[in-house]
Design a protein around this ligand. Structure first.
Ligand code: SAM
Length: 281
């Protein structure tokens, strides 16, 4: 078994105390599936103040993370492939700069990263990182969403979590990661009573557990009758309905079956009847 390696470069190493110590990430570390090392960029400074930032050339607001500590930290590993190799097809490593300007992280990118052997995550701070990091050191920039964080540490943690749970062996039942929201290219049907619906790029279907009646809020009857065909169909329909309501953009990309299209037509019809009757009241 090849151990998946993650290195995180940060000026706030203590930030990661805690987040790495729970749930799937903790178990993956303990079982040796993943090794996560945190590197303090200040250890790669040479002045007595351990300076990691400086004023921007050309003037303007704020400070910028200097290139030297980041280059030197990465070079100190001694075993990270050159940027050219990392950019070539079949590369097994990626050096990622966390940046609001990067490619937006999604399940497809997380799945792609989970097939590598190693990722290095560079966390920016202040106004950002000297551009030479993205031009000459990192092989990609990744954003966790269209908003600006104060630093890359939360983004790095999001990548660690999404990628780790996709590494084979990290989640007890690996099939469950194929049935989750946004999981594209998943086969549309899976055998077995617990695999009644796979996402195929939709949002996940609703989940319920005991009690069957909580303060008068009842679990849908269909989930308790043991009829797997009916459960599968209900789950697909509710996944379609939820996707239509919360993320209609996803429906453009999903390969819908004839049954899905029929279910969607029923959902839209029910919604328009509801809207009309609400309009009348
Ligand atoms: N001046 C930058 C801009 O407008 O794009 C924002 C810099 S931000 C205050 C400081 C650091 O936080 C960035 O260098 C990056 O590492 C991280 N960061 C901010 N937003 C992020 C996002 N959406 N995804 C990933 N990292 C982010």
């Amino acid at each position: 078994m090849t151990k998946y390696r993650i290195d995180i470069l940060t000026i706030f190493p203590d930030f990661f105390r805690g987040p790495l110590d729970y749930g799937i990430v903790r178990r993956a570390r303990e079982t040796g599936l993943v090794e996560i090392d945190i590197h303090d960029l200040r250890a790669f400074t040479k002045d007595k103040h351990r300076t990691v930032d400086d004023r921007p050339f050309g003037g303007g607001e704020g400070m910028v993370l200097k290139p030297e500590p980041i280059f030197e930290c990465l070079e100190s590993f001694g075993d990270v492939a050159s940027r050219e190799l990392r950019l070539s097809p079949g590369a097994r490593q990626s050096v990622i700069l966390l940046s609001a300007q990067g490619r937006r992280l999604d399940q497809t990118l997380a799945a792609e990263l989970s097939t590598l052997d190693r990722i290095v995550l560079i966390c920016g701070r202040y106004e950002g990182v000297d551009e030479r990091i993205s031009e000459h050191l990192a092989d990609r920039e990744v954003s966790i969403g269209d908003y600006v964080l104060s630093g890359g540490e939360l983004g790095a943690m999001v990548i660690v979590d999404t990628v780790t749970r996709l590494i084979p062996g990290a989640v007890g039942n690996q099939a469950s990661t194929r049935q989750e929201s946004f999981t594209e290219h998943a086969e549309l049907t899976v055998d077995g009573p617990s695999s009644t619906c796979v996402s195929g790029g939709l949002l996940d279907y609703p989940h319920y557990t005991r009690p069957a009646d909580f303060r008068g809020m009842a679990v849908p009857e269909v989930l308790m009758n043991g009829n797997h065909d009916q459960i599968r169909s209900w789950r697909r329909k509710t996944a379609l309905a939820k996707t239509l309501r919360n993320r209609p953009d996803l429906l453009e990309r999903v390969a819908l079956t004839a049954d899905d299209k029929e279910l969607l037509a029923q959902i839209k019809l029910a919604q328009s009847i509801l809207t009309q009757s609400n309009g009348k009241n």
